[in-house]
Design a protein around this ligand. Structure first.
Ligand code: CTP
Length: 200
């Protein structure tokens, strides 16, 4: 299970991240553990305790998250990508703190696209052979059903879980829309803990 935001460094003291709290991914990790699974939680920087019995691997950037997820997925039955992965990283990150040079000019940041962790794992031989069931999330702000259906196809996963980003980031409750090959089904607003149990 991936969870939380990623953090993309600009220099050693600054970076770019997003408002994911990690609560949904952590709730899924806890529910999976309680259901008897052996759980590896690959987590970006969040302020949450690791659920009891769960193995947590802490990461910062999307590239770190991919590097941790690939070997973990090799021996897993299910991969759930709940993380809010940064789409872009800073391509010209500085080795030392950027300083004002007195010119009044802000430094120019260049961006490079991050690897798509979910799509990469969904294309792996074990996933393609049906030995690894991949679940993606979609954080949208509108048109949830049509965007979630399109994202399921694009990522090549059997199950895509849609939610409205601004209505869930940081909250203790959420509402989910499950989209698979059979159609879609809503899990109405409830605590993330309850939704995680229903999802599993
Ligand atoms: N995801 C990922 N690696 C990325 C980007 C996204 O693994 N580099 C995963 C997320 O964990 C989630 C799913 O892909 O399970 C969809 O993430 P989302 O941010 O909603 O979609 P994007 O692929 O970024 O598409 P867009 O920004 O166009 O909506």
């Amino acid at each position: 299970i991936t969870a939380g935001p990623t953090y993309e460094a600009i220099d050693p003291v600054r970076g770019i991240t997003n408002r994911s709290s990690g609560k949904m991914g952590y709730a899924i990790a806890q529910a999976a553990r309680e259901a008897g699974a052996q759980v590896t939680l690959i987590s970006g920087p969040v302020a949450l305790p690791c659920p009891r019995g769960v193995q947590r691997i802490g990461v910062q950037s999307a590239q770190d998250m991919l590097q941790a997820a690939q070997p973990a997925a090799e021996s897993a039955d299910i991969f759930i990508a709940a993380a809010a992965v940064a789409d872009w990283r800073v391509a010209n990150a500085a080795a030392h703190k950027l300083k004002k040079d007195g010119s009044g000019q802000a430094p120019a940041l260049e961006f490079a696209e991050n690897p798509d962790i979910l799509a990469t794992i969904a294309r792996s031989p074990r996933a393609q052979a049906g030995q690894l069931y991949c679940v993606g999330f979609a954080a949208e702000s509108e048109n949830l059903e049509s965007y979630a259906k399109a994202k399921r196809e694009r990522k090549g996963v059997p199950l895509l879980v849609g939610n409205i980003g601004p209505a869930t980031f940081g909250q203790d409750d959420n509402a989910l829309l499950l989209v698979d090959a059979q159609g879609s089904r809503e899990l109405p607003r409830a605590s993330k803990r309850q939704l995680a149990q229903q999802l599993l």
